[in-house]
Write a protein that binds this ligand. Structure first.
Ligand code: HEC
Ligand code: HEC
Ligand code: HEC
Ligand code: HEC
Length: 445
């Protein structure tokens, strides 16, 4: 009898233990979200309307909506949409002959993207002009895109004009730009990113979750250009994603965005290469930190823990953004300011060097007796100097994402600009063109 009782007891314990293990495994495999909410509505694949997703995920949705009204500035960034041209008038000259010399505002939160792209004075809405703004400019501004790319294919999407395509677009950035409906996993939605990764032999479907917490931002926060007549969205990553490989890529295909007035240099404009800049061996990237760690930290609402979708400058909430890893938040924030101040000051010195080069080039180019070989060499340096500078300048962290890299790039840029200036001076044998500090605020149109 005793034997049976023991057996029954042991059996019961085994069954209970198995049941408990089962329950624990089940709970562990449930995403945080589903523990708090049961999906209330079914979301169609690539659903553009974020409000519909918001029914199932109110915490993510309400924090996401905050990006609309956020307008707090930090020392070098933030979200008030201040004008870079007013803050740093050198840029009016650095972009002379190109729409960025007319209108260049700081970025703001994701919900404003559609409104802001439609408001910029850089647009050319004249349908008869071959230089009219292409539809491709919507690629990073709207959650309508994944469905449109699926329906039209990216090639036909990019061939449309901004005006034509605009009729199909009514949503700003939203859930469908980053998530797969149903599973809610992070995905690559931009075909140009998929193509660039594939060309490097990479398959994002095999990336870890932590890798995707950075790669999902590369759907948009990257350098790109429009290839050919069809304005096909392309990432210049064929030789690698560091700035030197990107320049080499543009050299090989002979690409230019515009010609610098009176200097005759074929110029390149850098976009917002946060992904390329951060992933170029920065301390945080090498330590396995992702964009989302700093820009979408976990927050709590009662029992629910979720990723804040109020994406903005981490300097507005350093306790959450940095405090999860750093015990001394005040110290690391002070470090940010030291780094940014260094980069911002060096950047202005680089701009002065490029403006000296432009000044020399314009004088030399106007001289019919100039040595054209030297002048062309000077233009090559000018083109590279400006792109290197712009890569750091258009990157939105004022160097913080990768401080050493920023300073190295600016040092190279300054060096190239001085070479350009020297060669231009040599081309007409005029040593007065070696003068530095030629920038004059009064010369701004
Ligand atoms: C270690 C933390 C950290 C990581 C990782 C990080 N950032 Fe940042 N980011 C910052 C800080 C700090 C700033 C500077 C904010 C400021 O000047 O107000 C910044 C600035 C920015 C800005 C400009 C913000 C504004 O207010 O205009 C953008 C855009 C941005 N980061 C995107 C990214 C992307 C995309 C990635 C990944 C490729 C990334 N960040 C990785 C900390 C981080
Ligand atoms: C679908 C394209 C897209 C994706 C994906 C995207 N961004 Fe953005 N992001 C933008 C655009 C466009 C802006 C500027 C909007 C404006 O100025 O109206 C922006 C602005 C920002 C800003 C500046 C906000 C401010 O307050 O000034 C930060 C920071 C930022 N993004 C970080 C990220 C991070 C981190 C990721 C990845 C988790 C990411 N973004 C993914 C397109 C995107
Ligand atoms: C710019 C890209 C981006 C956009 C837009 C975006 N998300 Fe996310 N979302 C993320 C990232 C990054 C995470 C963190 C994922 C992880 O850690 O695996 C996340 C996580 C989530 C999660 C998982 C739980 C959590 O909070 O970590 C849910 C649910 C979610 N998002 C819902 C939404 C909804 C709803 C929208 C639209 C209102 C939305 N997201 C828009 C990038 C985005
Ligand atoms: C997910 C973890 C994580 C987050 C979030 C994070 N950091 Fe870090 N940070 C690290 C690690 C890891 C290192 C490298 C430490 C080391 O190697 O000693 C580091 C290093 C640093 C350094 C020293 C860099 C250097 O080159 O020596 C600074 C400054 C810094 N972080 C600032 C910040 C700021 C500011 C934030 C918030 C905007 C932040 N970090 C957010 C993990 C993080």
């Amino acid at each position: 009898m005793q034997k049976y009782t023991t057996l029954i007891l042991v059996g019961l314990i085994v069954v209970l233990a198995a049941a408990l293990t089962g329950v624990l495994i089940f709970l562990k495999n449930q995403p945080t979200q589903e523990r708090a909410f049961q999906p209330l509505v079914e979301i169609q694949p690539m659903e553009p309307d974020s409000e519909k997703w918001g029914v199932n995920f109110p915490n993510q949705y309400t924090t996401f909506l905050k990006t609309k009204t956020n307008n707090i500035d930090t020392t070098y960034a933030g979200a008030s949409q201040f004008s870079w041209l007013e803050r740093d008038p050198r840029q009016v000259l650095l972009f002379a002959g190109y729409p960025f010399s007319k209108d260049y505002n700081d970025d703001r939160g994701h919900v404003n993207a559609l409104e802001d792209v439609r408001a910029t004075k850089r647009l050319n809405l004249n349908l008869d002009d071959p230089k009219r703004t292409p539809g491709t400019c919507y690629s990073c501004k709207s959650s309508n895109n994944p469905a449109l790319w699926n329906e039209l294919g990216m090639e036909d999407y990019d061939k449309m004009s901004f005006v034509e395509l605009g009729e199909k677009i009514d949503q700003s950035i939203g859930c469908a730009n980053c998530h797969e409906a149903g599973t809610m996993r992070l995905i690559v939605t931009n075909p140009a990113l998929e193509e660039a990764l594939t060309a490097q032999g990479k398959d994002w479907e095999t990336f870890t979750r932590q890798e995707m917490r950075t790669v999902v931002c590369a759907n948009c926060h990257v350098e790109y250009y429009f290839a050919g007549e069809g304005k096909y969205l392309t990432f210049p990553w064929a030789n690698g994603t560091d700035v030197y490989s990107i320049i080499e890529f543009y050299e090989n295909i002979g690409f230019k965005d515009w010609d610098y007035p009176e200097a005759g240099t074929p110029m390149l404009k850098a976009q917002h290469p946060e992904f390329e800049f951060f992933t170029a061996d920065s301390t945080h990237f090498n330590a396995g930190v992702s964009c989302s760690d700093c820009h979408m930290p976990y927050v709590r609402d009662g029992a629910a823990k979720f990723s804040s979708h109020d994406v903005h400058s981490p300097l507005l909430n350093p306790e959450l953004a940095c405090g999860q890893c750093h015990t001394d938040t005040e110290y690391v924030v002070r470090r940010v300011f030291v780094i940014q101040e260094q980069v911002a000051t060096t950047k202005i010195a680089t701009e002065d060097a490029i403006l000296d080069a432009i000044n020399a080039l314009q004088v030399a180019a106007a001289d019919p007796n100039a040595d054209s070989a030297l002048l062309d060499q000077a233009r090559t340096w000018h083109r590279k100097a400006q792109y290197l500078w712009d890569f750091v300048s258009a990157e939105n962290s004022t160097g913080f994402h990768n401080p050493e890299y920023a300073l190295k790039i600016l040092a190279d840029s300054t060096n190239y600009a001085r070479q350009a200036q020297m060669l231009a001076a040599q081309s007409i044998d005029d040593t007065s063109l070696l003068a530095t500090g030629t920038f004059d605020q009064g010369s701004i149109p």
